[in-house]
Ligand binder design. Structure first.
Ligand SMILES: C[S@@+](CC[C@H](N)C(=O)[O-])C[C@H]1O[C@@H](n2cnc3c(N)ncnc32)[C@H](O)[C@@H]1O
Length: 255
């Protein structure tokens, strides 16, 4: 397995701010704000997908993998819903923070410092979350293949990644995007769907897309210590490099 795909810059950046993961008014404020909405969606979606009962622990019996888990903002609430969660992040410090926080909250989560291509467990998962990681990979199709390889038959991947608008099957390959040096490919939805087809998922469902606004993106995971205003132009129609502003897309990939 390859190990050279872990983006060192990305890991260093997140390690530096790891302690702030759990501060609702810190650098991850937007994630904290958005978290209840996405947890509600994920819970309802998983219940429907696996035809589960609405109980206090509706996800009991499911094995879930959270890739790029950061401090555990997704892993913790999903564990509280009864799922057995394995959560990986390439940053050692993030995993340390996540472990510490879970222990404090008496939650059993299998945190591992790894990337999908270096993960040495044979177990497969019913659901895999891959949120905010794909655009940091130099080999996005390989990553999609790794996601599929980690799924049980009948399982699903919830993918959240950046896209650009457009009807062509192309991807942006910026030197820097919104000041980040570690963004490799930002595809159109069509190009992303081609990558997904190459990874041989049986079906894909479009959940939605949303622009990140300055309102909700102050001092965030995007740029350590800088607000969105500093990497968008004045009227917020372009990044300071002249690219489209950050547009996140949510997809469900089935196997
Ligand atoms: C934007 S954050 C998303 C955090 C979390 N998924 C969420 O949505 O709340 C990206 C995370 O992915 C991790 N990461 C980046 N590249 C990775 C890779 N190749 N393998 C595993 N984790 C990675 C970073 O360390 C960081 O914690």
């Amino acid at each position: 397995m390859k190990s050279n795909t872990i983006n060192k810059l990305e890991i260093a950046k997140f390690s530096k701010i790891a302690a702030e993961w759990w501060s609702p008014n810190g650098k991850f404020k937007p994630l904290h704000k958005f978290n209840p909405i996405r947890i509600k969606y994920l819970k309802e979606n998983i219940i429907e997908h696996f035809k589960l009962k609405q109980t206090n622990s509706p996800l009991k019996g499911l094995n879930i993998l959270d890739i790029g888990c950061g401090g555990g903002l997704l892993s913790e609430p999903i564990t509280r819903l009864g799922a057995k969660v394995t959560a990986i992040d390439a940053s050692k410090k993030n995993i340390q923070v996540a472990k510490f926080h879970a222990k404090k909250n008496k939650l059993k989560i299998n945190y591992i410092c790894a990337s999908p291509e270096t993960l040495k467990i044979k177990k497969k998962f019913d659901v895999i979350f891959c949120m905010g990681v794909l655009y940091h990979r130099r080999d996005p199709i390989d990553m999609l293949k790794e996601l599929k390889a980690g799924l049980n038959r009948g399982g699903e991947v919830i993918l959240d990644t950046l896209i650009i608008e457009g009807n062509d099957e192309v991807a942006l390959t910026p030197i820097r995007y919104a000041k980040m040096k570690n963004v490799y490919f930002i595809p159109t939805l069509k190009a992303l769907l081609n990558w997904i087809e190459k990874a041989k998922f049986s079906d894909v469902e479009f959940i939605g897309k949303r622009y990140t606004t300055t309102n909700e993106q102050r001092k965030t995971e995007w740029i350590d210590g800088e607000s969105l205003e500093s990497f968008l132009n004045k009227d917020e129609t372009k990044t300071i490099e002249g690219y489209e502003p950050p547009l996140r897309c949510y997809l469900k990939l089935k196997y």
